[in-house]
Design a protein around this ligand. Structure first.
Ligand code: 4AD
Ligand code: MG
Length: 473
């Protein structure tokens, strides 16, 4: 239907009705959004989800009285039913569309009884999460999912056109990439009676993989092994975090894009992150015009202009130390009082990008204590070459760093953090054999979709959200 709609947009109504006078029957398939009956005519809005706007199908009363479209068919046409309509495209006299389909035949493929959960009225997004198997039929979620698909394509396009190879890193892993212990365990052991070692602990040597395994929190470590072989790589896949955070920007299962570049430092990393974000944003604006218009008008006023502004504006830069001193100036504003050494909270992230910089801002050089073990240590011995990209409304959208590529320093960092070298032996070998400076970052795909669409809750930009206490469907 989207092809038909764009044809309608590019051709004038007169040209289209000329086609009609040539008696070309047009067939459309879709789901009934609304039905409205008046004395001489029935209007049916049909949409097949390929674009925001559906097509108005008009059934003149005489088609029904003549039996071409029997009463038995008309009685089945209700919101949610699936239909095949054949007819002629004609100039519309209504205000909402230039063209409509004057029906000759209608077939109802699947009825939708009165308990169809998406009756014509405004539903809350909370309610729609309860009917996630049907919610993509709504304007809002349909638009989100079309944008999501386009953004995924843009991600691949950017990297493929810039010499990055796509690498698929494992989802089941025996190492904790972030060293934060927020992993979902994968096991086939009998949980009510697991095998035990002599000292009474669970004997993972009897588990499926012969060791303890989990779902990955990030493909970065394996990504690094490929970057130090193919130079520039990226991953794009699901990641899992057993974080107990019930917020509008956290999921337990989310998709992450992780590029990794050999012979690259933090400065190079930040440049790529900025041009990557700008590329996927502009690709989406160019290719999702109608859906973006919708978000801008009905979801987050002006979001389209905001994204356009972001594309044109260079990102701001602050070190963590500078960021903390900015935050301290207005400490009263915050629930969490900022001080050097403390993690930057969402409220701080938003303040820095919304108020201090009025643009996306890249914060660098965090205290080593609040960042992962693999980040390169600065000369001061206190801070690391990490960077977070913070955007207005959302806070952190990207996290990345230059990696510690010096074996001795990496080993001493791991020892400080009590990470077992035996779990990371292969990662350490990258530093032993032909080590090079390298850097990368991770973009949370859902955060990117959230940012572009203006959707408030991350659970509404992924088909089936998984979060604490919620894994229906
Ligand atoms: O900052 P994070 O934890 O960084 C990493 O995982 C690194 N290994 C990335 C790298 O350098 N290759 O996560 C990266 C991004 C965050 O900035 C955020 O956008 C997203 O992933 N993210 C989440 N998105 C949704 N739900 C969650 N629970 C998320 N946790 C992180
Ligand atoms: Mg982070």
């Amino acid at each position: 239907m989207s092809e038909l709609i764009s044809k309608i947009k590019t051709k004038s109504a007169v040209e289209i009705s000329n086609d009609a006078t040539e008696h070309k029957l047009t067939t459309i398939e879709g789901w009934v959004k609304t039905r409205r009956d008046s004395k001489n005519v029935t209007f049916i809005e049909v949409s097949d989800g390929t674009s925001l706007k559906g097509l108005q199908v008009v059934v003149p009363a005489e088609k029904v009285s003549s039996g071409d479209i029997p009463d038995s068919t008309m009685s089945k046409i209700a919101t949610g039913a699936s239909v095949v309509c054949k007819g002629y495209l004609v100039e519309s006299t209504g205000n909402n569309q230039s063209i409509e389909l004057s029906a000759e035949q209608i077939e109802v493929l699947g009825e939708a009884p009165a308990d169809y959960p998406l009756q014509k009225k405004r539903h809350t997004l909370e309610y729609l999460r309860e009917v996630a198997h049907l919610r993509a039929r709504t304007n809002t979620i349909g638009a989100v999912m079309r944008v999501r698909s386009t953004m995924a394509f843009a991600v691949h396009k950017f990297f493929q056109e810039n010499g990055f190879y796509y690498v698929n890193t494992p989802l089941i892993t025996s190492s904790d990439a972030e060293g934060a212990g927020e992993m979902f365990q994968v096991t086939t052991l009998n949980l009510s009676n697991p095998p035990k070692t002599e000292d009474g602990r669970v004997d993972y040597s009897k588990d499926f993989f012969g060791r303890k395994t989990s779902l990955t929190v990030s493909g970065q470590l394996e990504g690094e092994t490929y970057a130090t072989a193919l130079k520039n790589i990226y991953t794009f896949g699901p990641t899992f975090r057993a974080e107990n955070s019930n917020t509008k920007r956290h999921l337990a299962e989310f998709w992450m894009i992780e590029p990794e570049m050999a012979f690259c430092n933090l400065e190079g990393d930040m440049k790529i992150a900025e041009s990557f974000l700008k590329y996927i944003f502009s690709y989406t604006l160019e290719n999702c015009g109608e859906d973006m218009e919708f978000f801008s008008s009905f979801v987050e006023k002006g979001v389209r202009d905001t994204i356009e502004h972001v594309i044109k504006t260079p990102f701001a830069h602050l070190t963590y130390t500078e960021a903390i001193s900015e935050l301290k100036k207005v400490a009263d504003k915050f629930d969490f009082k900022p001080y050097w050494g403390a993690d930057i909270q969402t409220e701080h992230e938003r303040f820095l990008s919304e108020e201090v910089c009025k643009s996306p801002v890249i914060v660098t050089d965090y205290p080593k204590e609040i960042k992962s073990f693999y980040m390169m240590l600065n000369k001061d011995g206190k801070t690391v070459r990490g960077m977070d990209v913070l955007v207005p409304r959302l806070g952190e959208i990207i996290g990345g760093s230059e990696r510690e590529w010096r074996l001795d320093i990496l080993r001493s960092r791991m020892a400080e953090l009590k990470l077992k070298e035996s779990d990371y032996w292969w990662y350490l070998e990258l530093r032993k054999f032909g080590s090079v400076p390298h850097a990368g970052f991770g973009l949370g795909f859902e955060r990117a979709v959230q940012y572009v669409t203006g959707m408030q809750n991350i659970r509404d930009v992924i088909p089936y959200p998984r979060a604490v206490g919620s894994a229906e469907f």
